[in-house]
Design a protein around this ligand. Structure first.
Ligand SMILES: Nc1ncnc2c1ncn2[C@@H]1O[C@H](COP(=O)(O)OP(=O)(O)OP(=O)(O)O)[C@@H](O)[C@H]1O
Length: 531
């Protein structure tokens, strides 16, 4: 008969698989075990000669005593021998098993009952290295520690199928984005476009304790992987090695107004009617026309065709569009009649640089304006050029980061250009990096398009439920782990890695100082190796 009293020597022998089914394991482990949610367990089935892996998703105290109140009676501790019949009952979700060739397979079978279980050790994670990509973001986490020899890296080809970064405020989203960007600056896997309205990514910001909190410009070794377009003054632009940001009227199209203003049905119709008009012609037309009651009869400007198309619309609707255009041109100093950075931004992205659009102190409307204008321009150009028509993974892939993405990807009120990019961007080598603390406010059809989920702490239950139901790998059993994530910890689910990985994201300031983040010098390395 097999029982839970230790018949073998050594603690490991007390870890036994006792149930439950192919999708959910139960194991009994000593009640003193130091084990945490998210820990990896190794299940060694000596009969089938297979090693299974499982992740701890729940735990509770349990015992073999028939008396349901044994543990609440007075003096319990004197009468019961805790070591033998009292144990921790773990719930674990199977991740898969390693076959004879060392390939990781889906868990289609169940380990033999009473197979031995042990917490994974450093060498158990070695096989994961084969699945990791070049964009390093952290280390595999097990229990409360990390596995130093198991870095977590994302694959570039997964990311152009969109990435989501989900975090309640303060859980380490900015730190994650900086670590991710630094790895992109070093390895140059694709062009990464980020709009930085607070200078946070450019130069960092003081931490809550006033400590150092650097930005991407502090990662000097890979500075050539960063291109900055900025609205700062000339001196600061020189100091940061940036270029002046300039968007020309002709870069603009009427549809770029949608994400920044609310429009009535009539105003939307106006924008649709002149959808093909160049930016400068639209701005000139609306700027020079007053839209009084009988404006069309007295129109003496140069754009008769535009005037004819708009003559049926009510003057108040036309005046409202005019006011919005005035606000746009007045509030965005970088928006000018001539001079455009768009060509330089495109070419930096195609050279796989991280492109930072630095607009400190500007309003949310400016951020959304630039983001939507650039997304539309890149998407349309590639569509018209037949990008990728005869190549599966053409060069020049681009990832566009959208902070607080619920502003532009909410259900029903999402703006066409970002929606289009989420649905079709992949065909044109353009992926979205959707960053939000409210995934429940993102259109579920868009979440369903995202293939890489980086989940930092999410305190809201409905946000977690939304994530769990949309991710490609089932994250439902990991709800307990996600709920208890600490700042800087993440669960990462991505296509190339066979199961969701528990990860500790590197701290950015320490990460950029690592020897591995410094430039390798082939001549010096060669000399070192040969002498
Ligand atoms: N992986 C990590 N390792 C060490 N420290 C971290 C890590 N992640 C975040 N921190 C620290 O926690 C603090 C908050 O992190 P961060 O600014 O990235 O949070 P956030 O989610 O972006 O917050 P907010 O939404 O307010 O911008 C910072 O001081 C940061 O240095």
């Amino acid at each position: 008969m097999t029982n839970l009293i230790d018949i073998d020597t050594g603690d490991a022998a007390k870890f036994r698989l006792i149930g439950q089914n192919v999708l959910n394991y139960r194991c009994a482990v000593p009640y003193t075990s130091e084990i945490s949610l998210g820990d990896l367990l190794v299940v060694r089935d000596t009969r089938k000669e297979i090693t299974f892996y499982a992740k701890v998703t729940g735990m509770q105290h349990a015992s073999n005593f028939a008396d349901a109140n044994w543990d609440t009676r007075p003096h319990t501790g004197h009468f019961y021998n805790l070591g033998e019949d009292v144990f921790l009952l773990l719930e674990a979700t199977p991740l898969g098993y390693l076959d004879e060739e060392g390939r990781f397979r889906k868990p289609k079978t169940i380990p033999t009952k009473f197979s031995q279980i042990r917490p994974a050790e450093e060498e158990d994670f070695v096989f994961l290295n084969d699945y990791m990509g070049v964009i390093e973001v952290g280390l595999v986490r097990n229990g409360t520690g990390t596995i130093q020899s198991a870095p977590v890296g994302l694959h570039p080809h997964d990311l152009t199928q969109h990435m989501g970064v989900f975090a309640t405020t303060g859980m380490g989203k900015s730190n994650f984005m900086k670590v991710f960007s630094a790895s992109c600056m070093k390895t140059r896997p694709f062009g990464l476009l980020m709009v930085d309205p607070h200078g946070e990514y450019l130069k960092g910001r003081a931490g809550p304790t006033g400590g150092s909190n650097p930005g991407l410009t502090h990662y000097k070794t890979a500075r050539d992987g960063l291109a900055i377009f900025s609205t700062r003054n000339e001196k600061e632009i020189r100091d940061y090695g940036a270029s002046t940001l300039s968007i020309a009227y002709d870069d603009f199209r009427p549809s770029d107004l949608y994400p920044i203003f609310d429009f009535s049905e009539a105003q939307t119709e106006i924008l649709e009617t002149i959808g093909d008009l160049s930016g400068s012609r639209m701005i000139d037309f609306f700027g020079s026309t007053d839209f009084t009651e009988d404006w069309y009869e007295s129109y003496s400007g140069a754009q008769h065709e535009t005037a004819r198309r708009l003559k049926e619309f009510h003057e108040t609707s036309l005046r409202s569009v005019k006011r919005k255009l005035e606000i746009l041109t007045r509030q965005n100093s970088f928006f000018r009649r001539t001079g455009s950075s768009v060509q330089a931004i495109r070419s930096a992205l195609e050279k796989s640089q991280v492109v930072l659009i630095d607009i400190p102190g500007m309003r949310e409307q400016s951020e959304l304006f630039i983001l939507s204008l650039l997304t539309r321009t890149l998407l349309n150009e590639r569509r018209n050029d037949g990008f990728g028509a005869d190549d599966d993974t053409p060069p020049g892939q681009i990832l566009i980061a959208i902070e607080e993405a619920q502003r532009v990807l909410g259900p029903g009120r999402g703006t066409a250009v970002f929606r289009e990019c989420a649905m079709e961007g992949r065909k044109f080598g353009i992926g979205l990096c959707v960053i939000t603390q409210q995934p429940k406010n993102i259109d579920p059809r868009i979440l369903a398009q995202i293939n890489t989920y980086v989940v930092l702490g999410l305190s809201d239950k409905s946000d977690r439920a939304m994530i769990a139901s949309s991710a490609k790998q089932d994250l439902t059993p990991l709800d307990g782990e996600i709920q208890t994530l600490e700042r800087g910890e993440a669960v990462i689910s991505t296509l190339s890695v066979p199961f969701p990985i528990s990860c500790r994201i590197h701290a950015f300031d320490a990460y950029i100082k690592r020897p591995t983040m410094q430039k390798t010098d082939p001549i010096r390395d060669g000399l070192r190796n040969s002498f």
